[in-house]
Design a protein around this ligand. Sequence first.
Ligand code: ADP
Ligand code: MG
Length: 453
Amino acid sequence: MNEEIFTNEEYWEEIKKKIQREANVSDITYHLWFENLEFREIQGDTVYIASEKEDERALGYLDKKFKLYFETIIGEELGKIINVKFILKNNSVPTFDNQDVKVDNDTLNPEYTFESFVVGNNNKMAHQVSVAVAEDPGKTWNPLYIYGGSGLGKTHLMQSIGHFILKKDPTKKVIYVTSEQFTNDVIESLRSGKSADSMSKLREKYRTVDVLMIDDIQFIIGKEATQEEFFHTFNTLHDAGKQIILSSERNFKEFKNLDERYISRFAWGMTVDITPPDYETRSAILRNDAEKHNIKISEEIIDYIASNIKSNIRELEGALNKIIAFSKLYNNIEPDMDFAKEALKDYISTEESGKINFDRIVDVVCQECGASKEAIMSNKRNADIVYPRHIIMYLSYDMLGITYQQIADNLKRSDHTTVISGCKKIEADIKSNKSGKNTKEKVDRIKSILLGN
Ligand code: ADP
Ligand code: MG
């Protein structure tokens, strides 16, 4: 058989479809993982297939799940035994199929499905990994740890996985709890005197599930008893090959007091983050919502909201809802710009928002590092002040394009060489993480907050 034929797109399509049937791959997974796979070339007995994904880890997934099928089917076509190697190609986002999901589950919000989740650069990887986990709970990545700032879609994404699993197999036992609920359950069982009965009830609830989702896990850190119960629940489920999905505002590596045994366990699985959405994603979410509510909202208004509310999707939607509510109040008039501005005056301040300057950098760094502005500007030299101070120096140099001396002036320091060395330290730590403080992630997050995207 002529190897050239693989470069024929139709033929290649057919091969992929065949593999889809053979491997029993759902349409959604086909869409996310197969559709963009490109035949590259054959060298000897190795067939190279390029994936549009940007992350090495995606290749691991393809390898683990589908390699054998590709090798079998392509090998059959070629009439010889071949190896398949997946390589990266680097390209854009695959879009998403609309499917109708209806699941009744009182702990899951029926609105939080993959179908209503808008995929953008900010959540692409998190989304893909979530779909993979939903397809094969317990088998792909365990635990799945999703982190990101408030209102960016962690709960939505997490619950989408739950819906998906239940739709596919309604007999699966899926539990979604906030870490508060989990804590309350633990406390409740302790309060009843640690009786065998109450403990076994607790264990029955959490340790016999197929999928356990705990939202905002950061709140159990430091709560000894809860943490301990969680630890054993985690181990039991993990050993049994049951899926664990956790969300949090931070990467677990950033929690100062978190025990090593948690860190190592969380690291067994996959960690993905969601960052603030870019402009396109923000407007797509708004359009989606308007459509869902059957309300006509002009592009001008969408643009107005999307340009002004940047770092929180909950607020973005809140703003739109306010316009919708207002318009209903006034006999469903179609809102114009003045109307929208009036409705949103609490959401969108008229002052220049989002402009980056030295003070903004100090504010955001202090907030993200838990330092006070006063201490930053003081002469204090303890490590937990020096570190955020260095980040401020680095970001000011990087983002404001001002001189070392100007930065020194802003920080009320006479000597600009301390600024230089501060910048160097952060730069080096971004590359090597020698300090173990995950400086790169921290700086990235602060930057994205500052940029509002
Ligand atoms: P988090 O748990 O990260 O604080 P949520 O999942 O509660 O955030 O999301 C806040 C709101 O924004 C929800 O109404 C959710 O449906 C919506 N939302 C977040 N991300 C998206 C997205 N990518 N597409 C559509 N809606 C989203
Ligand atoms: Mg949440």
